[in-house]
Design a protein around this ligand. Structure first.
Ligand SMILES: Cc1cc2nc3c(=O)[nH]c(=O)nc-3n(C[C@H](O)[C@H](O)[C@H](O)COP(=O)(O)O)c2cc1C
Length: 267
């Protein structure tokens, strides 16, 4: 009778060889797919930014997205001073490579927000933000700024696009959140988003941001309706979150110092 070949050491050896072989396959795939993932993430950010700016046609091809995006200058901004920062100052070769959300979790590159100032519920703020500037013939046409903050269940990430006056909203959109579909998730509803177009962030004195989301809807004769948008029905908490996060990022601790300099032609 043939001697049994199954021994504990053989079984362990087979398991070891197989696990090494599969881990090589998986890590090779991960390394090889990394550039594809990065390209897709970049494309995603670009298309979200363009969507907020109202510059993305439905079904746009990769080339069309790249072409529209290439009209923008990606700039880095010191949020305290509102001045531009060179990419090398934050350790990247080009501004597109800077990740302000990663920076926000690095104590060296961010600061904690005192809770009474933390309208957006984000706890930390990066020192440097990333903006997308579109100029034509030396004139500012639009500037798109990133915004994020807490809703009811999740942090919402998006962009607000402003016209060349760095005050009038041209569009807003969120590309990442986990609010409830049909309730807070209606932040993605194109009809609701359309209301933002033409709203003004600041009053005549360009002081504090004044966006308000109004429960029950904005009446046609409401005072200050240029700053008001209907709250989402059944989603007062998400709506309050959106109001707070927009006002935070348009405020002194967000992009207000930069937008002021931009309006005054100082950057
Ligand atoms: C399952 C479930 C999901 C909900 N999701 C949301 C949400 O995404 N955003 C939100 O503001 N409120 C949500 N709510 C409702 C809130 O608990 C709260 O009732 C609501 O914000 C009040 O808004 P209203 O005053 O407009 O009714 C949800 C409630 C339930 C039961």
């Amino acid at each position: 009778m043939a001697k049994a070949k199954e021994t504990v050491s053989r079984t362990l050896m087979v398991a070891l060889v197989l696990s090494i072989a599969f881990s090589v396959v998986v890590s090779t795939a991960a390394v090889m797919l990394r550039p594809v993932q990065v390209t897709n993430q970049n494309l995603d950010i670009r298309s979200n930014m363009l969507a907020a700016a109202g510059m993305l046609e439905p079904g746009a091809s990769t080339e069309e997205i790249e072409e529209a995006f290439s009209r923008f200058d990606v700039r880095l901004v010191d949020l305290d001073t509102g001045e531009y920062v060179e990419p090398s100052e934050v350790g990247v070769k080009d501004a597109m490579k800077y990740d302000m959300y990663k920076a926000a979790s690095d104590p060296e590159r961010s600061s904690s927000i005192p809770s009474k100032e933390d309208k957006a519920g984000i706890k930390r703020r990066p020192n440097v933000g990333k903006v997308y500037v579109l100029e034509e013939d030396g004139e500012l046409v639009r500037v798109v700024v990133p915004v994020h903050g807490y809703g009811l269940w999740s942090t919402l990430y998006g962009f607000v696009s402003l016209e060349g006056d760095a005050n009038t909203i041209e569009g807003l959109g969120f590309y990442d959140h986990a609010e409830t579909p049909g309730l807070g998730g209606e932040v993605d509803n194109p009809r609701w988003k359309r209301q933002w177009v033409g709203k003004e962030v600041y009053g005549d004195e360009r002081e504090e941001p004044r966006i308000q989301l109004v429960k029950g809807g904005v009446s046609s004769d409401a005072a200050d309706r240029e700053h008001k948008v209907d709250a989402l029905s059944g989603a007062t908490l998400t709506s309050r979150g959106v109001e707070n996060l927009v006002n935070y990022w348009m405020g002194d601790r967000g992009f207000a110092p930069y937008l002021k300099k931009l309006r005054e032609g100082e950057v």
